[in-house]
Write a protein that binds this ligand. Structure first.
Ligand code: B1M
Length: 176
């Protein structure tokens, strides 16, 4: 909490200010993730005070194989203390629903990079409603063609334009 997380948060601030570029932000996220992979199992086994920031399931929707942005978001979330379950790319709607049912995450993040796959984000939200799970999980959407207006239109809880914003809205959703 006093070493890695402030470091990656600083990288986020510099990126937002236009003083750091995307490859550097990716490196910061990846470096922190590697450190977390080593530290977290030790901290969880100790008597320490570590507490997960929340559980976050993320994936790129069905029919869409764009991986890079989703993976950056996923790395930044893990680097910021979330337990991230990354389902990868081309994830069928039913898989998202099954994982929400099974893992009971705090947040579900849906990435879509194609205008033709954006409706899959709505499909997932509708499927969660049908299964009576919609009020059990916050749903955030993102990806280059996605907008705040689209998020509102499909009944998502929010939209993030980049990885830094994704971490910010996730933290505020957990902190209330
Ligand atoms: Co594709 N592709 N692509 N592509 N591709 C785009 C998206 C496109 C805009 C290019 C263009 O035409 N100008 C266009 C989409 C047009 C549209 O629908 N509006 C396009 C197309 C058409 C296609 C194909 C259909 C091409 C074809 O086959 N004819 C095809 C589709 C395949 C499929 O998915 N079924 C295709 C394929 C591919 C590759 C496989 C070659 C490759 C992906 C490789 C990979 O991911 N492993 C690829 C790439 C690389 C791109 C571009 C060039 C770059 C995407 C990227 O990685 N950006 C892209 C052009 C562009 O975006 N300028 C393009 C960098 C990344 C860091 O940004 O993904 O936006 P981004 O993620 C950001 C934010 O959006 C946000 O945070 C991230 C970090 O800042 N974010 C989230 C993303 N997900 C989030 C989830 C959240 C929150 C925030 O959850 C809450």
């Amino acid at each position: 909490n006093k070493g890695c997380i402030p470091g990656v948060e600083k990288a986020g601030e510099l990126f937002e200010a236009g003083e750091m570029f995307l490859p550097e932000l990716i490196s910061a996220g990846e470096a922190t993730k590697v450190a977390m992979d080593i530290l977290l199992p030790e901290v969880k086994n100790s008597e320490g005070e570590w507490k997960s920031a929340g559980t976050y399931v993320i994936g790129t929707v069905e029919g869409d194989v764009h991986d890079i942005g989703k993976t950056i978001v996923s790395s930044m979330l893990s680097a910021s203390g979330f337990e991230v379950i990354d389902l990868g790319i081309d994830v069928p709607t039913k898989r998202f629903v099954d994982v929400v049912k099974e893992k009971k995450p705090d947040i579900l993040g849906l990435s879509a990079l194609l205008t033709i796959t954006m409706p899959k984000q709505k499909e997932v939200i509708d499927a969660l409603k049908e299964e009576g799970l919609r009020d059990k999980v916050k749903v955030f959407v993102g990806g280059a063609p996605v907008t705040a207006a689209w998020a509102e239109q499909i009944g998502a809880d929010g939209y993030a334009e980049d990885a830094v914003a994704a971490v910010k809205i996730a933290k505020s959703a957990i902190e209330g």
